[in-house]
Write a protein that binds this ligand. Structure first.
Ligand SMILES: Nc1ncnc2c1ncn2[C@@H]1O[C@H](COP(=O)(O)OP(=O)(O)OP(=O)(O)O)[C@@H](O)[C@H]1O
Ligand SMILES: [Mg+2]
Length: 199
């Protein structure tokens, strides 16, 4: 059983989006449960609007359903303090820290990395604006230069994600241009399996 926790100091940076789509990717690899610890219950509401290809459980009921699963993906609220963050890291095989590519996010991310020490974590750039913007690459380079492990894959900003949310399905269930964002989470999923394989 592998536990993947999605967390970070900032709200609205794509944590729930990432938890849902990482769980979608992993559901092609094994038996997955997404534990919804977001106070807005984003993933539960999403699955109730439509259908997700994995079980979504309220964090208060998680103990009953995690037994024997291949992957547990945990969505969390924003702003854990530094001791919460260490607890989350200790309880997971991999911590994913989504961040948007803007200067105000850099400081909190450096602080988070500092709090995490040697835990297994990766930053993930999300809601990355399309070209001609270079904000994604610029932030990626900035994080790398500061010694922060960052997934090579960045998640593009795309309207398909909102459409998927409305329909209550993963973006992989959409077609045409609306589905393009899936390519990013698919590439991310492969990177995650790599990281977990040498954990
Ligand atoms: N790649 C993306 N492209 C476009 N919109 C996105 C993308 N990722 C997330 N969003 C949108 O941004 C908003 C915040 O995303 P999400 O709910 O995943 O963030 P969060 O970090 O879980 O927020 P919170 O801290 O409130 O739990 C949502 O409206 C979501 O639909
Ligand atoms: Mg959320």
């Amino acid at each position: 059983m592998k536990i993947i926790t999605v967390t970070g100091y900032k709200g609205g940076c794509g944590k729930s989006m990432t938890a849902i789509h990482v769980a979608t990717y992993l559901s092609g690899q094994g038996d997955v449960v997404l534990v919804d610890g977001d106070p807005n219950r984003t993933a539960i509401a999403w699955s109730e609007r439509g259908h997700l290809p994995f079980l979504v459980a309220d964090e208060r009921k998680a103990m009953k359903v995690v037994q024997g699963r291949d992957y547990i993906v945990i969505d969390t609220p924003a702003r854990p303090d530094s001791s919460d963050l260490k607890e989350l890291a200790d309880g997971a095989d991999l911590l994913i820290l989504p961040t948007t590519p803007d200067v105000v996010s850099l400081g909190p991310m450096l602080q988070t990395a500092n709090d995490l020490g040697t835990a297994t974590y990766r930053a993930l750039l999300t809601i990355v604006p399309p070209r001609p913007s270079h904000e994604g690459e610029t932030m990626w380079a900035e994080l790398s230069e500061n010694g922060i492990p960052v997934f090579r894959t960045m998640i593009r900003r795309a309207a398909g994600f909102q459409k998927a949310a409305l329909a209550g399905v993963p973006i992989s269930a959409l077609s045409g241009r609306d589905r393009l964002g899936w390519l990013d989470y698919e590439a991310l999923g492969k990177e995650i399996l790599e990281v977990l394989s040498y954990e």
